[in-house]
Design a protein around this ligand. Structure first.
Ligand code: HEC
Ligand code: HEC
Length: 209
């Protein structure tokens, strides 16, 4: 009897999950409301979330849970950028959720390919890490196809512009960017990478889509 009730509850919860519009989203936000306030964002990140400037990240397809974390960090001054920080000052928690759900549900239109001359180095690092310098495989957290993990707050990287990714890795290495959680995972990864490895893995990630 108790088991039956548990099963019924699980089935009910599942049917609810699959029936809502944003089935993948862990964030309680509104696509329509996000869309309505996304106009200014589109000026830099592209109206469809696919950026046209290689230093500005694509937002299309990024996990809403991760975008909420990062937008809140910008608003609270824990992540800083001369262009981005001012954009979030007046956003409420609900605005942040709505915007994050909006961009999560836009399709990525990235078709860039990885630089063939550094592909092997990039792939080796992404999939296997570097045992000599003690760098963990990026794939372990960001997934074999770069899709990340929304529950663990591991961002999707697939198709992200190589120049933006390289800037983030350099920012982590120098401490300009810090992790929001208590563990400085990305700083510890990035400071062990050579300039050549940063270039190669960023290009490899751009081609993952
Ligand atoms: C003037 C240009 C500009 C505008 C307008 C802008 N952004 Fe940004 N945004 C940036 C830049 C540049 C970065 C990357 C900063 C860095 O290098 O760390 C960024 C980063 C982000 C990130 C982090 C992405 C990641 O993968 O870590 C999110 C999320 C984001 N912006 C959302 C928004 C939203 C939502 C709006 C509208 C309210 C907006 N941005 C408006 C320039 C802009
Ligand atoms: C142990 C898990 C883990 C490993 C291994 C890992 N990452 Fe990350 N990565 C994270 C987490 C968590 C974040 C976001 C929070 C933060 O800033 O720490 C992140 C953020 C990033 C970002 C910023 C994305 C954005 O748009 O804001 C980039 C780029 C990145 N990782 C690249 C890499 C690369 C390249 C490797 C391999 C050399 C790697 N990561 C290995 C967990 C990991």
């Amino acid at each position: 009897m108790a088991t039956n009730m548990k099963l019924n509850f699980v089935l009910f919860a599942l049917s609810f999950m699959f029936n809502t519009a944003n089935a993948d989203s862990l964030v309680d936000g509104s696509f329509e409301k996000g869309k309505a306030i996304s106009i200014t964002c589109g000026a830099c990140h592209g109206a469809d979330g696919n950026s046209i400037n290689p230093l500005w990240p694509n937002l299309a397809n990024q996990h809403a849970s991760y975008s909420v974390q990062q937008l809140t960090a910008f608003r609270d001054g824990k992540r800083m950028d001369s262009l981005m920080s001012a954009m979030v000052m007046s956003l409420s928690d609900q605005d942040i959720k709505d915007l994050s759900v909006y961009f999560e549900n836009l399709p990525s239109s990235i078709k860039d390919i990885a630089d063939p001359t550094t592909f092997d180095l990039g792939q080796k690092l992404y999939r296997g890490g570097n045992k000599e310098s003690g760098v963990a495989a990026c794939m372990a957290c960001h997934g074999p196809a770069g899709k990340g993990n929304p529950a663990a707050l591991y961002p999707a990287l697939n198709g992200q512009g190589a120049m933006y990714t390289a800037k983030q890795l350099n920012d982590y290495a120098t401490g300009t960017r810090v992790s929001i959680g208590p563990v400085q995972i990305m700083r510890d990864v990035a400071k062990k990478l050579t300039a050549e490895e940063i270039q190669a893995v960023s290009s490899y990630i751009q081609g993952l889509h």
